[in-house]
Design a protein around this ligand. Structure first.
Ligand code: SF4
Length: 317
């Protein structure tokens, strides 16, 4: 399948409301790899976050986790998933840095603490030294073919950089001067991440928006495709959580949040607004500070306190 066909297929699946995108991606990947193509070599570094993104990833349904590992990626290092520890683990990083320079994909999950020279987040400890996430990301980020941030902490700072941010946590892009593919979300939807990996494997860099997120998954606002949009348009707002009307009155930030949750859903089951809770804007560059207080209507949130982590507007987009 050519890249244009792949992208067209993704949109066709969406328009036909056949949302199991990854299931279709997998068959394309199998066809691609049948021609003796290698899997995508991946180093996955978890830094300062809650671990929610790897849990979400483990819940990928089509393809299943085992299929992702068997068919798509060669996970060479992950301080969360792998069995190797200590010197054996460090040796893997050194080997990849030496022999697979410019070939591997670096996945970073979590913000990067910068205060005290990054000492708030030690990711490697040897007999001789302690190595921080800040050092490892700069080291491997400069050698990788692609850098992918998974989750909002790595992509934009997220909860790890929320006030009062005592560790000086920042997005990966603030410590690494290179192109970064940002797959944000708190947690990320497994299909956004698996779909991005599939695109990298078969076609390379996906098209991204001005914030660096793949447009395949972050092209429109939640508000645009929300099932409660007709209530919004008629000015019918919920008086309390649990009401069936539009939840703009209950703090929903769907109008400024770019993601395809209304039709992709989560594990093919449901999504926040269907489950009667407002969208809290977890894919946004100003999340969570720009979304709080969560249950206060958008115009009344304290957005003037956001500082430089601004937001992309777009009600109705
Ligand atoms: S404000 Fe929220 S609940 Fe209302 S239509 Fe937009 S996304 Fe849906």
């Amino acid at each position: 399948m050519r890249r244009e066909q792949f992208v067209k297929e993704c949109y066709r699946l969406r328009d036909n409301q056949d949302y199991g995108l990854s299931q279709h991606i997998l068959s394309s990947v199998k066809g691609y790899r049948a021609k003796d193509n290698d899997k995508l070599p991946v180093l996955w570094l978890e830094t300062s976050d809650s671990g929610d993104n790897n849990i979400s990833f483990m819940n990928t349904s089509y393809p299943y986790l085992g299929q992702v590992f068997d068919e798509m990626i060669d996970l060479l290092y992950s301080n969360t998933f792998m069995a190797a520890q200590g010197r054996d683990a460090v040796d893997i990083l050194n080997r990849v840095a030496r022999y697979q320079k410019g070939e591997f994909t670096l996945v970073v999950e979590g913000a990067i603490p910068t205060k005290a020279n990054g000492l708030y987040n030690i990711v490697i400890e040897t007999e001789r030294e302690k190595i921080t996430a800040l050092e490892v990301v700069k080291w491997l980020g400069g050698l990788a073919k692609y850098v992918v941030t998974i989750g909002t902490c790595a992509s934009f700072g997220g909860p790890s950089a929320a006030k009062p941010n005592i560790t000086g946590g920042v997005a990966v892009s603030e410590v690494l001067d290179r192109e970064i593919i940002k797959v944000s979300g708190c947690p990320v939807n497994a299909e956004w991440f698996v779909g991005t990996l599939a695109h990298l494997l078969m076609y390379g860099q996906p098209e991204v928006d001005e914030l660096g997120r793949p447009t395949l998954f972050y092209g429109y606002t939640i508000h645009r495709h929300c099932q409660r949009r007709s209530y919004f348009d008629r000015g019918n707002f919920a008086e309390s959580l649990g009401d069936i009307e539009c939840m703009f009155s209950q703090g929903c930030v769907g109008p400024k949040t770019y993601a395809d949750c209304p039709y992709r859903q989560w594990i093919n089951e449901s999504w926040p607004i269907e489950a009667n809770t407002p969208c809290i804007g977890c894919t946004n560059p100003d999340f969570p500070d720009g979304s709080t207080p969560f249950f206060t209507p958008l115009p009344e949130k304290r957005n003037e306190e956001l500082g430089k982590r601004g937001q992309r507007g777009g009600e109705g987009e």
